[in-house]
Design a protein around this ligand. Structure first.
Ligand code: PLP
Ligand code: COI
Length: 428
């Protein structure tokens, strides 16, 4: 897509109350085609070009091809640039697909760089002693950008991800990324890759993955002196192959993901390392999703490997209250929507023995959205959710269907957003 600089006034404080500290008063919007910035000198096979005052771009020279078309396209329309014509949006699934660039900031000498670097190559040159590699000093986030019914592109609740990344960072002795830097980097990453935001109506989104890690070397165990914050994006569709169809989960009892006073409540890379084996074993055994229970009692439900647990019974929305569960933005969103609809939200201990009593159970998270879980295998026994209460394990229950429609409706701008959850990426 096109590369154009569109001067845009940046409000001192946006509608969501974040300051635009890292952005100049008049900030050029840089959009680029095939990786080549406008007005940037080429330097052989690799170039590092200043994209006006807003960003530094690192790109390969063989990405130059489409600039004239890009200029024409950008000049022809001041609207949000359209999706690429070269992707089959219907078959995206959830996998890494190459995009134009990622956004990078570096922390050195006690401060974060304020100028975002746009890096075209999907690689990082990393010191062999980096604490991320040796000691797992790394945390990440996951959020999504959507093309809306009225042609905007918006991020869903990035302020919540900024807060959660700050809490992960604090636990890992990584310097916090200020919320406004987090937000401006996410917006920049989406804008620079806007042709990869799937078209409205396809059900897809642009997955945004902020990553924060110790990039400086330490060989004794201690925090690094240098850190890297980057935001990469990739277009995605459904996380589970069957789309919205219900799944059967297996309770992992041979391994624990987390423990009280551990790091389960933060989004550190190590939690996912711990889950790789049990998650893979579950899949090999035919279960797309695994459920963790409390490490000590092996009965209190915690969460799925990559999503939170929610059960519905009567007028009540129930989700486990545990210090080792990741506070999910999706769960918080659904709980609010449930409360708006007059339901009671309970955060409490959930015994595995009561799971069959729920009328509906779902896994919820950014990647999985709401995935109905209708059967759960626990120590060889199959618990059928809602058995005896008329729930059909082959179909997604009516109330999760309704919550799904509401959350997607808000994300795609089809229904009102009364809580101000959607952040327009072109609002500067
Ligand atoms: N729990 C775990 C372990 C996760 O990895 C995720 C995914 O981010 C979630 C829960 C859901 O969190 P969110 O809704 O913020 O994506
Ligand atoms: C997300 O839902 O965004 C996550 O981070 C889970 C990840 C394993 C895909």
């Amino acid at each position: 897509m096109g590369c154009a600089f569109v001067p845009a006034a940046v409000p001192a404080r946006g509608r969501h109350g974040l300051t635009a500290r890292q952005t100049p008063t008049v900030r050029p919007r840089q959009v680029w085609a095939g990786g080549q910035p406008l007005a940037a000198p080429a330097h052989g096979g690799r170039l590092q070009a200043t994209c006006r005052e807003a960003a530094v771009k690192v790109a390969t020279a063989d990405e130059a091809a489409a600039v004239p078309q890009a200029v024409a396209a950008a000049a022809a329309s001041s609207a949000v640039p359209p999706p690429s014509k070269d992707l089959d949006w219907a078959t995206l699934g959830f996998q890494f697909r190459p995009t134009n660039c990622y956004v990078r900031h570096t922390y050195r000498d006690g401060a974060w760089s304020t100028t975002p670097e746009l890096v075209a190559e999907p690689y990082i040159k990393l010191h062999i002693g980096a604490t991320a590699l040796h000691y797992g000093a790394s945390c990440f986030e996951g959020l999504k950008a959507f093309r809306t019914a009225d042609g905007r592109v918006s991020l869903f609740r990035p302020d919540e991800n900024a807060k959660r990344m700050a809490s992960s960072a604090a636990r890992l002795l990584i310097p916090e990324v200020p919320a406004d830097l987090f937000l401006s980097a996410c917006k920049a990453a989406v804008r620079e890759n806007v042709e990869f935001v799937p078209p409205y109506g396809t059900g897809g989104s642009l997955y945004v993955r902020p990553l924060l890690f110790g990039s400086g070397p330490k060989i004794g165990l201690s925090p690094a002196d240098e850190f890297t914050f980057l935001v990469l994006v990739t277009p995605v569709g459904d996380y589970y192959a069957g789309g919205p169809a219900p799944v059967t989960a297996i309770v992992t009892t041979d391994y624990d993901r987390a423990a009280p006073r551990g790091v389960g409540h933060v989004k550190c890379a190590g939690n996912y390392a711990a889950d790789l084996l049990p998650n893979t074993l579950a899949k090999r055994a035919g279960y797309p999703i695994n459920l963790y229970v409390d490490a000590a009692d092996q009965r209190s439900v915690e969460e799925f490997g990559t999503s939170n647990f929610v059960g519905l019974i009567g007028n009540t929305y129930v989700t486990p209250d545990s210090p080792s569960v990741l506070p999910s933005v999706t769960n918080k969103t659904l709980a609010t929507l449930a409360e708006d609809a007059g339901m009671v939200v309970e955060r409490r201990t959930v015994d595995i023995g009561e799971v069959g009593e729920f009328e509906e159970v779902a896994a919820c998270g950014t990647a999985v959205v709401i995935t109905a879980v209708t059967r759960i295998v626990y120590k060889g026994d199959v618990i059928t959710v809602g058995a005896g209460r008329g729930s059909d394990p082959e179909v997604v229950g009516p109330r999760f269907s309704d919550l799904y429609k509401q959350v997607r409706g808000i994300q795609y701008g089809e229904i009102a957003d009364p809580h101000g959850w959607c952040f327009d990426v072109y609002d500067e």
